[in-house]
Design a binder for this molecule. Sequence first.
Ligand SMILES: O=C(O)c1ccccc1N[C@@H]1O[C@H](COP(=O)(O)O)[C@@H](O)[C@H]1O
Length: 216
Amino acid sequence: MPETLIKICGLTTPDAIDAAADAGATHIGLVHYKPSPRHLSIADAAKLRAHAPDSVKVVLLTVDMDPKATAEALQEIQPDVLQLHGKETAEWASLIRSNSDLEVWKAVGAKDRASLEQAEKYKGAAHRLLFDAAGGEMPGGNGLLLDWRLLMNYRHTMDWGLAGGLNADNVVDAMRYTGAPLVDASSGVESAPGKKDPTKIKAFCKAARGAMAAGV
Ligand SMILES: O=C(O)c1ccccc1N[C@@H]1O[C@H](COP(=O)(O)O)[C@@H](O)[C@H]1O
């Protein structure tokens, strides 16, 4: 059985990166989106990227960022993955994919089965879909749960992951209901918006890894 991937997103300090890596996260996320309490400048994101150990893949999260600025950010930060969390088109995802070695993930607000089906337009353009709750003040990072029942028995045609309001208390159920091959948490592992809590990160990773070991 393949390992469940665990992403901790919105990290802003070297200590938080260490906490995620030590806890067994497979991916860490750096947010470059000014309205977010987790926003990092390109220079700060590059410094944190350099701090990340080889055991974790680094995900750069952007929202509707223009192509030139995206290319500059990728050059500077050198992430392993680019997570597009806005209204980026399949053509745009495809262009990035074909011009880089990056993995491209597309976040999609899952509000009904139709929204899942529409996301299939990213097949061949993005490497992975990340289903998040729709709605909220920001395009993501709102701590909102999506209705996991939407994903039960859904026949996925692409690699995918689950985000939206996940925390140590609900991640096992989320995995059980949806069979998610990747779980992603941001606000659920914070003590305040933008402030990651090492204890919550550890508990989240422990719960997800425990569920994986138990074959959930
Ligand atoms: O974290 C943010 O600030 C953020 C801003 C803009 C778009 C996405 C953002 N975060 C991502 O949203 C999902 C769900 O987050 P949460 O666990 O519900 O807080 C996740 O992929 C975050 O990385």
